[in-house]
Design a protein around this ligand. Structure first.
Ligand code: ZN
Length: 150
């Protein structure tokens, strides 16, 4: 588990310093906003859906390191997926960060997202890590209301 912890810290730092797919998306046709009042994290997820495929995904916002890194990792993982696969990945990540599945319980498809299991050591951070994913789900559903983790 110490390897996972090192990897967690390394990846979180990397994605916090250099968030991937950060900023507006001119071609977006879906978006949703999320807010985690517990920590003050705000995130907006922009999606370009092409049929049932996520062609492009960007995020914006201001939040703590965990929410930023989780959003950044999420955009890398979701880009190019079909909508149903994106939803399935959300379910897996949600189980992972809430501890409903073991560290390897998410299956091989999670890839480096398994580092998000690191938030289990910091229960208050679980909502930070899951916020971008809940917001993604709202964007996929086409809802325009703000998602909160409460
Ligand atoms: Zn946070």
């Amino acid at each position: 588990m110490s390897d996972l912890r090192d990897l967690y810290q390394e990846l979180i730092l990397d994605h916090t310093k250099r968030p991937r797919n950060f900023g507006q998306l001119a071609t977006a046709n879906r978006k949703a906003e999320g807010f985690n009042p517990l920590c003050g994290d705000r995130v907006t997820v922009h999606l370009e859906l092409d049929g049932d495929t996520v062609r492009e995904i960007h995020f914006e916002g201001s939040g703590c390191a965990i929410s930023t890194a989780s959003a950044s990792l999420m955009t890398e993982a979701i880009k190019g997926l079909r909508v149903e696969d994106a939803r399935a990945l959300f379910e897996q990540v949600h189980k992972l960060v809430t501890g409903a599945s073991g560290p390897n319980g998410g299956g091989p498809s999670l890839g480096k997202l398994v580092v998000l299991a690191g938030v289990r050591d910091y229960p208050i951070r679980v909502k930070c890590a899951s916020l971008p994913w809940h917001t993604l789900c709202a964007a996929l559903s086409g809802g325009d209301e703000t998602v909160t983790t409460e």
